[in-house]
Design a protein around this ligand. Sequence first.
Ligand code: FAD
Length: 436
Amino acid sequence: RPTIVLFTRDLRTHDHPALAAAEERGGGVVPLFVLDPTVLTRSARNRIAYLREALADLRDGLRAVGADLVVRSGDTVAETVRVARAVEAERVHLSADVSAFAADRARRLRAAGARERFAVAEFPGVTVVPPGGLVPATGDHYKVFTPYWRAWEARPWRRAERPPRRLGPLPEGLDAGALPGEECVERGTGRLSPRRIRGGEGAARERMRRWLRGGCSGYGEDHDDLAADATSRLSADLRFGCLSPLELARAARERGGCDPFVRQLAWRDFHHQVCAAFPLLARRDYRPRDTRWRDDDAAFAAWCEGRTGVPVVDAGMRQLLEEGFMHNRARLITAAFLTRELRVHWRRGGDHFHALLTDGDIADNYGNWQWVAGTGNDTRPNRSFNVLRQSRRFDPRGDYIRRYVAELADVPAPRIHAPWESARPASGYPEPLFDV
Ligand code: FAD
């Protein structure tokens, strides 16, 4: 009897433990993806667009080894049960995930399996080290990054799985179903960014190869330079599992000189293990603090639209709108500006990011927002964060600002960082929203 491999955010064939174990078992493999309306309506349009491309690519990848991707639409558990009945599946394999939604889905799937007589097995693959794979001496989970990083570095990793060689065809009579159409993008949140990244395992692997050959070894030096844009841009590929984080971490480690980059992958794992332990991360303060928030709708709207009058903040927010992506340094600056200067609640900022980011991920997005706002696991929650100093330091020539803020295209540095100080303010550019 066959094994269903339920794909969720692991849309690849390389180093896919759940798929490799199903192939190894024999008895046939039925790869399945369920387009769940609950997920769809909470997803950014940018993510749905990426997802469509990733599914098309996954189907091609599976067809190349003799199989196909079965696509269904509806509640994931109900649709999986339906397919399991149709093919008389013995097992369902899936990659373990950490969000509250994913944990509930796995629980419901196990309950359905117990009723319908199929086994449910969860596998690693979403992070390098599985959440819960590292436990501090005090028990529970790691709340601070540095000790987590030390333990993460010292831990041996699992070996990467090879991609499937040959999977049999789908069981007779099972319709593979159509890939989601373009119309489903409209059901998402935010807007579709004109310069968003292209999705899918093929494109992701090409980006990974280029990165490992090129920028990876210079990452430690250049990653904070806003204009250089010298980071990997692999976040959406990791978000959808078009790349295996383990394969990437292994390859970067082997390459040498890439330790600062590998450390960022540990940050990703760190936030996932926090989210596994604290599934309400997206809604509640991880460490409640007496922080006073203001409900300033006008300031929030100006921030969202990139017209706060603070050039580096506006550049970041406009990059987000244009690309569905923002440089990490700009994410830090814009988030600190919203929560520390405008004193608007981190949840509103996090939700806005989540509605647009192609790499938008519950653990990484809200974990970082709470870290910046000082309600999360930063060891120095009240650190001062001077936006203008950041602007001058990380975009000294003003090239990043000029790239995204057309009104300031002719303003030279250093004036571009604080145009209000100049006798001739740039035309059409707003006055700063706060007392700089
Ligand atoms: P690189 O600098 O090349 O880093 C490599 C990879 O490491 C990234 O692709 C990402 O997977 C991981 N990584 C790097 N920094 C972090 C970090 N601080 N936390 C977690 N993972 C990290 N990242 C997301 O993937 N999804 C999000 O929704 C997200 N929201 C964020 C919100 C805020 C307020 C902040 C400050 C950061 C957020 N990040 C998020 C982390 C980081 O900004 C992005 O991962 C990074 O900018 C993506 O670009 P890159 O792929 O070129 O990263």
